[in-house]
Design a protein around this ligand. Structure first.
Ligand code: MLT
Length: 264
């Protein structure tokens, strides 16, 4: 683990391998620990960077507001710190919302985009209310209560029933999330702008990946992104729900490796 001070916050990251830089941005309420299999499986082929956004994993967790723009600027700050001009930006779920913000604010630094189990639409009024309820739940009952509520939506039933080490890993990451980080994620997601209109402007190679049983950011949303981003390719991962990079790492990594090999 290494750290960099970015916008006054200590940010934890890992940087492994060489070649095309690819930055993996985690989802809610997770951390860079979700990308362990991607670091192991892809760092032979690429320079794999993972970041703990503020309030996650081993980064500092200040009690303050956050937006997807602030998160995106943190990713850009990490690229500065590492002396990297352009990188493949790979965002999972909330990390995808950050990837859209990165595209808006730092387009010239995007070599290619990977949008995994995410969606381009902003929150509905009902979804915003849900964010508020989740924040109250975290505040009153701690991260474990959020983990318990989230877990059944992240993995397929066969994994929930038959893969205790995967369940423990996902739960462990969520249970250790600082409540300040949970709250800032919810705030940043509730306030994020719609990115549907942005999709036709994305003129870098784009890979969309989705678990076939993803109920949180359903395959229809990935279909929409793949249709609207010119030339995008869509890969659907069998036997995965929302958390496809952890649930089916081999298939996920294969999709990323195939995509990376198309980039010159
Ligand atoms: C995530 O996995 O990052 C979140 O569940 C996405 C969301 O709640 O919109």
């Amino acid at each position: 683990m290494a750290t960099a001070t970015i916008n006054g916050i200590e940010i934890a990251y890992t940087d492994q391998g060489s070649g095309t830089p690819i930055v993996f941005i985690h989802g809610f309420p997770l951390s860079r620990a979700m990308w362990q299999n991607q670091v192991a499986g892809l760092s032979g082929q690429a320079r794999v960077i993972t970041i703990d956004l503020r309030g996650h994993g081993e980064s500092q967790a200040p009690l303050w507001f956050a937006t997807v723009d602030i998160y995106a600027d943190e990713v850009a700050g990490l690229l500065d710190h590492l002396g990297i001009d352009k990188a493949v930006i790979a965002g999972f779920s909330m990390g995808g919302y950050v990837a859209f913000a990165f595209w808006r604010r730092h387009q010239a630094r995007v070599r290619a985009l990977i949008l995994a189990d995410t969606r381009p639409q902003a929150d509905s009024a009902e979804a915003r209310q849900g964010r508020f309820n989740t924040a109250q739940n975290a505040h009153a009952n701690g991260a474990a209560a959020v983990a318990t509520a989230m877990l059944p939506r992240l993995l397929t039933q066969p994994s929930l029933d038959g893969n205790p080490s995967l369940v423990a890993a996902a739960k462990g990451i969520m249970e250790s999330a600082p409540v300040t980080g949970i709250a800032t994620d919810l705030m940043s997601m509730a306030e994020r702008p719609d990115s549907v209109g942005l999709l036709p402007s994305i003129n870098v190679p784009t890979l969309v990946i989705v678990g076939e049983a993803d109920a949180l950011t359903p395959p229809a949303d990935s279909q929409l992104m793949a249709e609207k981003v010119p030339g995008a390719r869509l890969v659907t991962i069998p036997g995965a729900a929302h958390l496809s990079p952890m649930e089916q790492p081999a298939a996920f990594n294969q999709a990323v490796a195939d995509f990376l090999s198309t980039l010159s």
